[in-house]
Design a binder for this molecule. Sequence first.
Ligand SMILES: Nc1nc2c(c(=O)[nH]1)N[C@H]1C(S)=C(S)[C@@H](COP(=O)(O)O)O[C@H]1N2
Ligand SMILES: [Mo]
Length: 383
Amino acid sequence: MAQPWSSPARVAEPDEQISFEELALAARNHALPLEALRYDVTPIGLHYLLTHYDIPELDPAEFTVTIAGRVTRPVRLDLPALRARPRVTTRVTMECAGNGRALLNPRPVSQPWLTGAVGTAEWTGTPLAPVLREAGLADDAVEVVFAGADHGVERGVTQDYQRSLPVAEALRDEVLLAYEMNGVPLPPQHGAPLRLVVPGWYGMAHVKWLRQITVRDTPFDGYQNTSAYRLRQHPDEPGEPVTRMLPRALLQPPGYPDFMSRVRGLAAGPCRLTGRAWAGDAEVTGVEVSIDGGEHWTPAALEPSDAPAWVWRRWWYDWQATPGHYRLQARATDAAGRTQPVDQSWNRGGFTNNLVQRVEVMVTDATSPPAAAAAAPAPNPTG
Ligand SMILES: Nc1nc2c(c(=O)[nH]1)N[C@H]1C(S)=C(S)[C@@H](COP(=O)(O)O)O[C@H]1N2
Ligand SMILES: [Mo]
């Protein structure tokens, strides 16, 4: 073979387009269609999806998860035992740390997300903390490693997908061993029969197909913690770990799309712009909208909520649309004063890029046909 079968991390050349390999990843791992921002809870098939390797084949009847390592009483639990434990349902907005990657310049070569790597689900399961406490955490426990049943090779490193959390994070009340999503057993692609849910953290921490929990007295040095999911400017630096979601607002694109460009068509007149906003740590306190490409920002209305930062909230802004070409933008600010940047903050992995979303809209006079129809394009052969 001319190419090594598992290549090192790479940043695209300045004029390099999306590759066949990136297309292959994008076709497996899909985004939330932005019109699905209309749902408080994302229907399962519309929730974004990200799987590093293959979806593993697991028999729920045979399935067990083990809790071992630095504990006094190692435990093995099957699904009936998990279901017999206290049952909690919690709503969580989850976003991939790579969301926004393909908008970066230069582009880190990996799953080429635009802005839709997010979804909100209702996860049902049992809290992790009591399970860990019953197993008896050793005094010297520092991290807990969560291993999935999926296996692959990444940048030359053969592995099962594994991620660790510091003990204090693993013991948070909100962290769940989840066996249901939106009221039904987890579907295969979202981690059946069991996954971890770590509200507030980017997606990589929510380990799917969870089959082993190992308590450690030293920091975990696995690939997904020390090589991947680090904020680096240079390949050789250790980099800061990726943890919680930064604030982000998304706009549900108004009007109707052009098939290829996705530019929106909209008839002039009153238009309520609406979308969702969330964060991973301190709650969203405001959303601002710009209709003039970022010259002016106006506060949007934000739905009142007692929910934590990681449950997305609806926002809206009443726009009097007059004919013309617009670039709509929305940006969120959280209670810690963090606002989404209008310029990219770049890192080699393309992580945590919460650069503001931009939506192009052609507003046409309500009485004349839309510009696109007037141009009478050839029928689309692909349907
Ligand atoms: N076992 C396992 N867990 C995993 C992954 C994976 O590839 N294998 N991908 C992670 C990443 S990067 C993300 S963004 C989320 C995606 O969860 P979803 O596919 O249910 O939306 O799962 C995380 N958990
Ligand atoms: Mo991710």
